[in-house]
Design a binder for this molecule. Structure first.
Ligand SMILES: Cc1cc2nc3c(=O)[nH]c(=O)nc-3n(C[C@H](O)[C@H](O)[C@H](O)COP(=O)(O)OP(=O)(O)OC[C@H]3O[C@@H](n4cnc5c(N)ncnc54)[C@H](O)[C@@H]3O)c2cc1C
Length: 508
């Protein structure tokens, strides 16, 4: 009998998942396999991150290092080289090298082609892949038949054997915000804010991470003339990427930790980081020596902060290479830490760690500094509160200052409380108790198998989740290499469960 697998969301996780699943089938085949990919947007591949809305949105990973496929490092760069006729007409004059931070829409084009390539590869393995352009609004388990009913917004129901939730980042629901036509719950698509906010309006951007930078650069490069203020609760801003290449950790590496630190804690991790830095410095004598302050202090002078970061970014910043290489072990090490330390880290240190860990290309930092110097951009540290009076919007900050603003853009990412997200599917699943929130964000899944966990703590044997929706469980999922690795793990496990069945004791 055939098996149907529904994938909710046709972004990076979906592509990586199907590709890995086909590879598993090539090792041990499964008859009559049928993937049904549900995607609410018109295109499969770009997902939320790599849409064609603004050429000014840059990848934060160098072109030579980013790929959607596990066994094909450098695949994006190869695609750029082999498909110049597809992208050059839209980007005349753009030269891309392995170290370029390419426009994200280009990666979206690559993702579309990669999806098509994966569908062809599936066909060769006798696996059917159908795309259903519809929004999934609910999943229900049929416990007796061990199937799942997938319900869509258009009113259709599909019965499948397994379902994978791969719906990416969810945003703050507009319902959680003041109702005003100049309040935007997300900067994306960037052409929505550039087309709808009057060019001379003063704008408040809530948040100061990557999506806030996309909003500022997108607005100004599209002719915005009004002032823009970034409001950052933590007072932190991403570091700027140096010129170092990749580095393979020896001490901050999973096998080393498993062998030597079975009960690792955050102090051990910090010691290992400094040991790793010594090794990095020995191998890279031209590394820039920097005094690392952790947690970094809140920014008091934005221009000075940017100038320092831009100067440092002309050099090798070994600490960034060491931190980058921890992508491959983050989820495992996070799972090993005592619960109390996880709580402390999430509540006290996360913003600081992210500001150092998620760095931005120097091009963007230089643009931001130009805007500050011209007086168009400013940065405010501390809590801020939005209020509506009649048609007017006001923003009040910790120091009691209250200013009128013409528009407010929330660039705060996924809300930690999944009930406040804009996904009807997630809200329904939470309401029905089929999934439970992870206290650190997103939904709870089994660490080993990616099965979802219901509100009584039971693992599902038919529904799995992968990608950004699992960010609380795994601490950090917002990078392609992590997404691809998790999708591969989920595909391997799901293939095993389909071919050999899944016993409760396997997952509990
Ligand atoms: C703005 C942004 C920029 C990023 N830039 C980088 C970068 O430069 N480098 C890097 O390594 N990583 C980056 N990331 C992190 C990560 O690589 C991407 O987020 C990645 O695309 C996540 O994959 P995903 O499959 O989990 O989600 P997505 O790729 O977003 O795919 C989810 C898909 O599900 C669809 N969907 C959602 N709900 C439903 C539903 N109910 N029914 C049907 N369809 C649904 C969405 O429309 C979307 O297409 C970025 C993330 C964001 C948000």
């Amino acid at each position: 009998m055939g098996k149907k697998i529904a994938i909710v969301g046709g972004g990076a996780s979906c592509i990586a998942f199907i590709e890995s699943f086909i590879n598993e089938c090539n090792k041990e085949s499964t008859d009559n396999l049928h993937f049904m990919v549900f995607e609410k947007l018109p295109e499969i591949g770009p997902g939320n991150a790599y849409q064609s809305d603004a050429k000014s949105n840059l990848l934060n990973t160098k072109a030579g290092y980013i790929t959607a496929l596990k066994d094909r490092p450098g695949d994006f760069f190869k695609w750029l080289d082999e498909n110049q006729q597809k992208w050059k007409p839209e980007y005349p004059g753009l030269e891309i090298h392995e170290d370029t931070y390419a426009p994200r829409p280009l990666f979206g084009m690559y993702m579309q082609d990669t999806f098509n390539a994966v569908v062809n590869k599936a066909r060769e393995a006798d696996i059917k892949v159908d795309v259903i352009q519809d929004e999934v609004v609910n999943l229900k388990e049929n416990y007796e038949a061990e199937t799942v009913i997938v319900s869509t917004i258009s009113g259709a129901d599909y019965e499948v054997d397994k379902s994978v939730i791969a719906c990416g980042t969810s945003l703050l629901s507009p319902d959680a915000l003041i109702n005003h036509k100049q309040i935007y719950h997300s900067p994306y698509p960037v052409d929505n804010i550039t087309n709808n906010i009057p060019k001379d309006a003063d704008i408040a951007v809530i948040g100061a991470r990557l999506s806030a930078i996309d909003a500022v650069i997108g607005m100004i490069e599209n002719g915005h003339k009004g002032k823009i203020t970034l409001y950052s609760r933590s007072g932190l801003f991403p570091s700027v990427r140096g010129v170092q290449g990749r580095y393979k950790n020896q001490y901050l590496a999973l096998d080393f930790i498993n062998r030597n630190y079975p009960d690792i804690n955050i102090t051990d991790l910090s010691d290992l980081f400094f040991k790793e830095m010594e090794r990095y410095r020995a191998q890279n004598p031209d590394n820039m020596e920097e005094e690392l302050v952790f947690p970094p202090p809140p920014i008091t002078d934005f221009e000075k902060f940017l100038s320092y970061e831009i100067d440092m970014a002309q050099h090798k910043r070994g600490w960034q290479a060491v931190l980058y290489d921890t992508n491959s072990l983050l989820a495992d090490v996070w799972g090993m830490l005592p619960d109390g330390e996880k709580d402390w880290f999430m509540n006290e240190m996360l913003a600081s760690a992210m500001s150092m860990r998620i760095s931005i290309p120097i091009e963007n930092a230089i643009k931001m500094r130009e805007y500050v110097r011209s007086g168009q951009l400013q940065f405010v540290t501390g809590n801020s509160e939005i209020a509506k009076e009649g048609d007017q919007l006001f923003i009040t900050t910790d120091d009691g200052q209250r200013v009128e603003t013409g528009a407010v853009i929330y660039a705060t990412g996924s809300p930690r409380d999944a009930n406040m997200c804009d996904s009807q599917l997630l809200r329904n699943l939470l309401q029905d108790g089929l999934v439970r929130q992870h206290p650190f964000g997103g939904i709870d899944v089994c660490e080993q198998y990616h099965n979802i966990v219901d509100n009584s703590g039971n693992f599902s044997n038919t529904i799995y989740a992968v990608g950004e929706i699992t960010n609380g469980k795994f601490l950090f999922t917002s990078a392609m290499d992590i997404i691809v690795r998790h999708a591969h793990k989920c595909a391997t496990v799901l293939h095993k469960h389909i071919t050999h069945g899944i016993k409760r004791d396997l997952v509990a």
